[in-house]
Design a protein around this ligand. Structure first.
Ligand code: NAD
Ligand code: UDP
Length: 310
């Protein structure tokens, strides 16, 4: 296949480039580098199956020649990023998704949208199944991301129903691993960087809010299987191993050997979801997929990566 990966110089996009190249496909990574970095794909430079195009996908996307699949991963993803870039976030979810779908339609390509657990907002159903429509405040600070992704899902299904584009929607739950940006503000890089610097970990609120952390290789496997399947409805891909942020802080201090402890800070962003855990029965049934990497296993290479960049 000849595959276009938007957001290909980002954290997840770059790991997907690696996977598709390893499977023998040809990859075009497209990115405007707003939150990504060519360092993430530098090791692919010179590979004849890999090309990088610097382009903002909110503008018309032109690619010469055939394309078999479009994986649309371009979007700021960290809450700190999308608070700083609210309009770019809305535009890439809306205009960028429209352009990427238009390209898929024109090329007769499959289309896969990177959606998110954030479409469930601060969920009133727990764990979250794909049938749960969510609890999102459209005008809250997180609304720019949540609503952009909800629009992206809606237009993806519209292109499927109206134009017959062969679409996929993956709802990704908190994923971590090497190549996350040190200062992207998400809890995994924040805590690891703080621990490696011997600083206390900043827990926002009382730390009782929960998340379920998935290692990047599990996500990549789930996305690959979903693309190769014929399933058009959304699929949660995440690790159901749920814990409080306070428990997560304790694990990070333990595995890094940091003695600096924890400090509590005010809730960072209004509307911080209080619970989050994927129900992955659909992924199990449709893709025969489930996560394999346990938290402490996945933290090892992640911490090793951050040791290099701190
Ligand atoms: P990231 O910030 O590392 O990657 C996003 C990439 O998109 C960056 O390289 C950025 O430069 C690029 N980009 C943004 N706007 C663009 C535009 N207009 N044109 C071209 N490129 C643009 O974040 P990530 O964690 O790798 O997230 C990738 C995708 O996965 C995003 O769509 C995100 O919403 C989704 N996602 C990620 C997670 C997670 O836990 N990492 C969870 C849910 C959903
Ligand atoms: N968080 C925290 N300290 C930090 C960064 C994040 O306590 O230094 C909390 C944050 O308030 C949220 C959770 O960790 O409850 C996950 O935040 P992240 O930014 O990683 O992603 P989210 O799941 O909120 O999109």
């Amino acid at each position: 296949m000849r595959v276009l990966i938007t957001g290909g110089a980002g954290f997840l996009g770059s790991h997907l480039c690696d996977r598709f190249i390893a499977e023998g496909h040809s990859v075009i990574a497209m990115d405007n580098l707003i939150t990504g970095n060519t360092r993430n794909i530098a090791h692919l430079a010179g590979n004849t199956n890999f090309h990088f195009v610097r382009h903002d996908v909110t503008n018309y996307i032109y690619i010469a020649g055939p394309i078999d699949a479009v994986l649309h991963f371009a979007s700021p993803a960290s809450p700190i990023d999308y608070l700083k870039l609210p309009i770019q976030t809305l535009k890439v979810g809306a205009l960028g998704t429209h352009n990427a779908l238009g390209l898929a339609l024109h090329k007769g390509a499959k289309f896969l949208l990177a959606s998110t657990s954030e479409i469930y907002g601060d969920p009133l159903e727990h764990p979250q199944k794909e049938t749960y429509p969510g609890n999102v405040d459209p005008i809250g600070p997180r609304g720019v991301y949540d609503e952009a992704k909800r629009f992206a899902e809606a237009i993806t299904m519209a292109y499927h129903r109206v134009h017959g584009v062969d679409t996929r929607i993956v709802r990704i739950f908190n994923t971590y691993g090497p190549r996350m940006r040190l200062a992207d503000g998400r809890v995994v890089p924040n805590f690891i960087a703080q621990a490696l610097r011997g600083e206390p970990l900043t827990v926002y609120g009382d730390g009782s809010q929960t998340r379920s952390f998935q290692y990047v290789s599990d996500l990549v496997e789930g996305v690959y299987r979903l693309l190769m399947s014929d399933y058009n409805d959304p699929v949660n891909i995440g690790n159901p191993d749920e814990m409080t942020i306070l428990e997560f802080a304790q694990v990070v201090n333990e595995v890094t050997g940091s003695q600096a402890g924890i400090i509590y800070k005010d809730e960072r962003i209004k509307g911080d979801p209080q619970t989050r855990q994927p129900d992955i029965s659909r992924a199990r049934a449709v893709l025969n997929w489930e996560p394999k990497v346990k938290l402490r296993q996945g933290l090892e290479p992640t911490i090793a990566y951050f040791r290099e960049v701190v």
